[in-house]
Design a protein around this ligand. Structure first.
Ligand SMILES: CC(C)(COP(=O)(O)OP(=O)(O)OC[C@H]1O[C@@H](n2cnc3c(N)ncnc32)[C@H](O)[C@@H]1OP(=O)(O)O)[C@@H](O)C(=O)NCCC(=O)NCCS
Length: 184
């Protein structure tokens, strides 16, 4: 059965929706926060990069092979407070990877957990993926706690498998199967 075009996922405090041009300023602001960027792939995140991301996502649908970036917005105001992503495996579209970022003022309130819960619900429910994984820096305690809180299983601790921002780093891999999500 064909999947309907993505519109939004509504949660008690949040909405996952498409990125729109109006998101550029808050997106660049939180991605440039060194605390937010510490365990992420980018260092300096400029407006051109943000604009390219927003434009690139306009023509994409989650579930297509490759990355789709979802906006995380407050339900009451529609203001962008973060983003999360799904990467569908190009060789087997039943497999996916997720990522997530929340602006600093919105951390510590359970909003990240709420957003990733919405993402997993969409990925396993609407998109019917079989398995989802996430990779975090082993020092990123907030991200690891969030994934564990949602029932994802720590499957791997990779020792110094990435040279990252000037040093070798360890990473954790977390994963979950569709039947484990359904049984939660
Ligand atoms: C990863 C990240 C989203 C985690 O943010 P977070 O605020 O720790 O996670 P949550 O939004 O789920 O909030 C959980 C915290 O809110 C608290 N909380 C408060 N109210 C809550 C509520 N109503 N429901 C649930 N938790 C609540 C929890 O107790 C927890 O606090 P603790 O960390 O002191 O135990 C955030 O650190 C981030 O964006 N970092 C930068 C980007 C990044 O590294 N991304 C991950 C790459 S893999």
């Amino acid at each position: 059965m064909a999947v309907p075009a993505f519109d939004r996922v509504v949660m008690p405090r949040l909405v996952l929706r498409r990125l729109v041009p109006e998101d550029l300023e808050p997106l660049v602001a939180y991605r440039n926060d060194p605390e937010v960027a510490r365990y992420q792939s980018w260092t300096d995140y400029d407006a051109q990069r943000g604009r390219q991301l927003i434009e690139f996502m306009q023509a994409r649908q989650p579930g297509e092979p490759g990355w789709f970036q979802f906006a995380i917005a407050l339900k009451d105001t529609n203001a962008l407070i973060g983003d999360c992503a799904l990467r569908v495996d190009v060789d087997d579209p039943r497999l996916g990877e997720i990522g997530f970022t929340l602006s600093r003022p919105h951390q510590g309130q359970g909003l990240g957990t709420e957003a990733v819960k919405a993402l997993l619900g969409y990925v396993f429910g609407t998109l019917s993926l079989h398995r989802v994984f996430a990779v975090t820096d082993a020092k990123n305690t907030g991200a690891a706690a969030l994934l564990a809180r949602l029932g994802m299983r720590r499957e791997g601790h990779f020792i110094e498998n990435i040279f990252f921002k000037g040093a070798w780093g360890d990473e954790f891999q977390y994963a979950m199967l569709a039947r484990e999500w359904a049984a939660r």
